[in-house]
Each structure stands twice: as structure tokens, then as C-alpha cells.
Ligand binder design. Structure first.
Ligand code: ZN
Length: 335
């Protein structure tokens, strides 16, 4: 029986052609295609999306979303992914001009090897490009941070609304990007590799945009290299919870992940350093389903890095609220 073959479609699907199919404007920059549109939100007011012209991997920096071309098509078509994968595959086949597979099992096997090799090469090239981009992000993000205001009336009001206005007294943690509170995202060596803001609620979505082409992996508020002998290290997620953690554990090293998806990554980098310094790591996840799953991943990563709940070097903080800032506003305080 002939049917649409995902590998065949993937190898025939050209990223540029997908953008043209949807009538998006884009600019080519090396192997990357740049656009002001993204699959989830449509038009951003400035450049937002990078799509690799070889691998089809894409990333929207303001939204913090990413994926492959099937995810891209699924999101643009408003399919519910990954459940609607089949629908996205059929649409992708239509765009690529691929019909039901005519290949025999033997042909397929042979081509599969070539497809896999090509994909490996493309991904290696994309990885090198990302590493270059990450290095280039440091001067961009540092200059952006240096340009931000240290004071802003509306921004300060907003911080007080969230009960974290006192963070202003801890100089250097928060600055203001056109009024919105912003914090630095650090590399493990303490370089500023991105600036992430919590946009004022009246500005709408996206809530916590980072800078274009700057990485989302790293730590908010402090860096892994700030860990010293016997200190507490607090792992949390998001701009607001990171700022809240700064106040809740005033002496600790705060390592905030930009997005729940980065929590385990932060844990895997920080845990061995914490173990070496006999530091205690506290993981403070969001207490919803996604947050719990991420907390488990982060806990596993911390244990692999040498920290142990039984020995008191690792703990999960439960505060009974949706997130740390909610708990803080409701009067919860660290033990
Ligand atoms: Zn976007």
C-alpha cells in the first residue's frame, strides 16, 4: 500500500519554499532565514524568527519557541501538535510536492542511509552556526544591558504590585527596558548572553521576550561561577520567580532558567559545581503539571551531578502556590 513517507517528505521539504508557500517575507543571512513573523503569533513588530535554510530548525526569540518544519507547519495551520502530526505531514507533502511513496522497501532502506547522512551533516553545520551566534550574542546583550535605565516609575510600580519592589535596593539585579523590568541571562562564566524582560502587562504578549538571536540557555540573576563554598543555590524558572527568589533567599546564588525547558539544563551545569563547593541546591519549580515534570528532570540532573536529597545537599521547595511569586504575595516565606 502506498502512503506518505515522513522521511521522504522531510528530505524533499525546502525551508525557503515553506516560507514562500505561506507568503512570508524573509531575509537571508548566511544559512539562516530571518522573518518578522513566527508560526505561533503571526507578525511581530520586529525581526523575531530564525529558520535554518538547511535543517529547517527554527526559533522565535520573543516567544521562546522552536521546532522543526513539521512543527512549523502544524503551528501555522493551527493544528494541535503533536496529536495532528499526520495532518501536518500531509500538508508538508503538498508543499514539497511529494505524493504517496512509490519506493520499494529495498529502495527505501538505501535512501534512508543517504537521508540520515545528509541530516547529520546539516545538523553539524547548524550546530557550528549556533555556537558562533551564541558567542556573538555576548557583546550585543552586554551593550543592550548597559543602555537600559536603572530607574523607571511605571516599572517600579509594577514590581511593587508584584511585591518585589525591594529588589531595586539590591542594585544591579533589575533594569528597565522602555519601562518593563529586565534581568540579565548569564553564561556559566558570568558573561551577559541575553537580556530578558517581563513586559508590563498593559503591553500584552509576548510576556518575557529575550533579544533576537541571543541564546535562551543560561541563568537569570546570578551565574554558575558565583557559587562559593557552603552557599545555597536556588534554581527557579522565569523572570518574576527569579526576582522573587532574590528577595526570598537574600544570601543565596539565584539561578533562574529562561523557560521551564531550561531548568534541567541549568541543573546539569550547576550541580557538579555546587557539589564541589559543598553547596546546597534548592529547586523551586512552578507547581503545575508541566512544572512538576520539569522539576523531576532537574532533580535527576542534579543527582547525576552529585547532589543528594538524603544527604541534605538537594531539596525541592514546595510552597503550595502556582509559582514562587504567588506564594510570596500570599505571605509565604522561606524556612
Ligand atoms: Zn513569536
Amino acid at each position: 500500500m502506498s502512503r506518505i513517507d515522513a522521511d521522504e517528505v522531510r528530505s524533499a521539504l525546502v525551508p525557503r519554499v515553506v516560507l514562500e508557500y505561506y507568503g512570508w517575507k524573509f531575509k537571508k543571512s548566511g544559512d539562516e532565514l530571518e522573518s518578522t513573523s513566527c508560526p505561533d503569533r503571526g507578525e511581530h513588530s520586529r525581526r523575531a524568527l530564525l529558520l535554518n535554510s538547511k535543517t529547517g530548525r527554527w526559533q522565535c526569540f520573543p516567544c521562546g519557541t522552536s521546532g522543526d518544519l513539521f512543527a512549523f507547519i502544524g503551528a501555522v495551520e493551527r493544528f494541535s501538535m503533536p496529536g495532528d502530526f499526520r495532518k501536518a505531514l500531509e500538508k508538508a507533502a503538498e508543499i514539497a510536492g511529494v505524493g504517496p511513496s512509490e519506493l520499494s522497501d529495498e529502495d527505501r532502506k538505501q535512501r534512508a542511509v543517504a537521508w540520515a547522512r545528509k541530516r547529520e551533516e546539516d545538523e553539524a553545520a547548524a550546530k557550528r552556526a549556533t555556537a558562533q551566534r551564541d558567542a556573538a550574542a555576548i557583546p550585543v546583550a552586554t551593550a543592550h544591558w548597559d543602555s537600559l535605565a536603572e530607574k523607571n516609575q511605571r516599572g517600579t510600580e509594577y514590581l511593587f504590585e508584584r511585591r518585589v519592589g525591594d529588589v531595586i535596593l539590591r542594585g544591579g539585579v533589575v533594569r528597565f527596558d522602555a519601562g518593563s523590568p529586565a534581568v540579565r541571562l548569564f553564561s556559566s562564566r558570568g558573561e551577559t548572553r541575553n537580556v530578558v524582560s517581563r513586559r508590563l502587562p498593559e503591553l500584552g504578549e509576548p510576556k518575557t521576550p529575550g533579544l533576537f538571536a541571543c541564546p535562551s540557555s543560561g541563568t537569570l540573576v546570578n551565574a554558575v561561577c558565583d557559587i562559593v563554598d557552603g552557599c545555597d543555590v536556588v534554581l527557579t524558572e522565569g523572570v518574576m520567580d527569579s526576582i522573587t527568589a532574590r528577595l526570598a533567599w537574600s544570601e543565596a546564588v539565584i539561578l533562574g532558567a529562561h523557560g521551564a525547558g531550561n531548568l534541567a539544563k541549568v541543573a546539569s551545569v550547576a550541580a557538579p559545581v555546587a557539589a564541589r563547593h559543598r553547596a546546597r541546591m534548592l529547586i523551586v519549580p512552578h507547581q503545575d503539571k508541566a512544572g512538576c515534570l520539569r522539576a523531576i528532570e532537574a532533580t535527576t540532573a542534579a543527582q547525576n551531578g552529585g547532589l543528594r536529597i538524603a544527604k541534605g545537599s538537594l531539596a525541592i521547595v514546595k510552597h503550595g502556590h502556582k509559582d514562587l511569586n504567588d506564594a510570596w504575595c500570599a505571605g509565604w516565606r522561606a524556612a
